[in-house]
Design a protein around this ligand. Structure first.
Ligand code: PRP
Ligand code: URA
Length: 214
């Protein structure tokens, strides 16, 4: 895991993540395979992003003797996918922490301005006491990510992590400057945005590829 210039940005350069992202990019990868890969990558990224989850000591009895041993403390994790494409990552994180609560933020990018518009927001309470992991496979201009984190903060969220599979430098800059207090986990940092604000080389439209729409 590479930390960019002592900031809160982490590039998750594990070979398994890189391999699966390459498969994801391939335009010959169909919907079924694409969904599986998104979930697997989210799980691998979650393994790193959740390494600071708080633990508590509990007493259990092994077949040999009683012992005090660490377990994840409380049910304090909330995951918040940005609709639609973030939904594809939810199963991967729930595989790791099945008791996590799930909120949703609905945002879509205007095709002309590329700016995000909110259409839905429902967060688990009490949001201020939870570690919140925002999920979106794509961080392009960073508008959607920055706005989603704004909403969560307006609702009282404090301990926020953002997880994206592919980021453009422009989006990473915008999100990390707007919210320097949050940890941002990136699977791969791509080259740039094109004139339609798509990530290059990217993987195309993540929502369409997950849900088989156009
Ligand atoms: C995509 C993607 C992000 C956003 C990234 O969603 O899933 O939410 O674009 O772009 P940005 O960083 O420039 O804001 P989209 O708006 O296409 O909606 P969808 O997931 O419903 O397809
Ligand atoms: N949203 C996507 O799904 N892909 C991009 O490249 C940019 C925004």
């Amino acid at each position: 895991m590479e930390n960019i210039k002592n900031s809160n940005v982490f590039i998750l350069d594990h070979p398994l993540i890189q391999h699966k992202i390459s498969l994801l990019r391939d335009s010959n990868t169909g919907t079924n395979e694409f969904r599986k890969l998104i979930e697997e990558i989210a799980m691998l990224m979650g393994y790193e992003a959740l390494r600071d989850l708080p633990l508590k000591e509990v007493e259990i009895e092994t077949p040999i003797e009683k012992c005090v041993t660490p377990m994840i403390a409380g049910k304090k994790l909330a995951i918040v996918p940005i609709l639609r494409a973030g939904l594809g990552m939810v199963g991967g994180i729930l595989n790791l922490v099945p008791t996590a609560k799930v909120g949703h933020i609905g945002l879509y990018r205007d095709h002309e301005t590329h700016e995000p518009h909110e259409y839905y927001c429902k967060l688990p309470e009490p949001i201020d006491q939870r570690t919140i992991v925002v999920l979106d496979p794509m961080l392009a201009t960073g508008g959607s990510g920055a706005e989603a984190v704004d909403f969560i903060k307006q609702h009282g969220g404090k301990n926020i992590k953002f997880m994206c599979i592919i980021a453009a430098p422009e989006g990473l800059k915008r999100l990390s400057e707007a919210h320097p207090d949050i940890q941002i986990f990136v699977g791969h940092l791509d080259r740039c945005l094109n004139e339609d604000a798509y990530i290059c080389p990217g993987l195309g439209d993540a929502g369409d590829r997950i849900f088989g729409t156009k």
